[in-house]
Design a protein around this ligand. Sequence first.
Ligand code: AKB
Length: 321
Amino acid sequence: MSSKILIIGACGQIGSELTTRLRSIYGNDNVIASDINYNNLDVVNSGIFEIVDAQDYGSIKICVEKYQIDTIYLMAAMLSATGEKYPMKAWDLNMDSLFHVLNLAKDGFIKRVFWPSSIAVFGPTTPKVNTPQHTIMEPSTVYGITKQVGERWCEYYFNKYGVDVRSIRYPGIISWKTLPGGGTTDYAVDIYHKALADGTYECFLSEETELPMMFMDDAINATVDLMQADAEKLTIRSSYNVAAISFTPAVLAEEIKKHLPDFSISYNPDFRQAIADSWPKSIDDSIARSDWNWSHSFDMSKMTEEMLTNLAKIQSEKDAN
Ligand code: AKB
């Protein structure tokens, strides 16, 4: 029998592009997209779609049984900036949903789980440059706490119950198809939209704030490759460090200026600065590279080219209509 996949949080930034890729690999009928709303019509209309509340065990289980799901990608989460505004909601959403899915696997309803972690698991006491896979982790955000605790539970469910759970510590993800929501790294997407629309951008992080980032295509490749890897090759069952590029807002602005010479940037750091300051500048992902051959393809210039070309195309199509 072929694999049947359920994506929870399929209308979000990563979930939507993951849905498209998984449908192209496994076939539309084998990839069920779900979310708490119909916010992404491309996802809703391109295959089977169900309303599923990630915090409601019953609603996930009904969907698992209806479609005989064996693999869940749990992409629903509250990110770092929104999490600081609603700490208990972030805790409840991020932890309830993870336990529901891990317990479905433990109880034999599904076989495999993908759960995203984040560079937010690291904190102010973590070494900032080339942050190792195993190091001090004292996250100072609610989101980071949920991701660190989640990683511990994933490893526990693997060791104790044999649950095949796999995870990646995503850096900031940059894409032109869907906007991110509520993260600290969101500036690296907003900047492209504003550069094209207004020719100027006010950044909520300071010019020298260096953070690990990745173009969406690489993030989706990493996710698919990890899920397709032989289980015996995986030495990490908490969550893998993965890395692509690291840059500051000032360096990104210079790259954009190569395409849009009149672009200007100003800086007005807000509460997200403290979050960014607590995270690594760059990540050592050598274990992912050796365990499952992870490698990235987009550097900053290729990504910028791709972002500006596609966003400009969307804008001119809108203008023409
Ligand atoms: C955020 O900024 O909260 C996320 C992340 C790094 O996990 N993009």
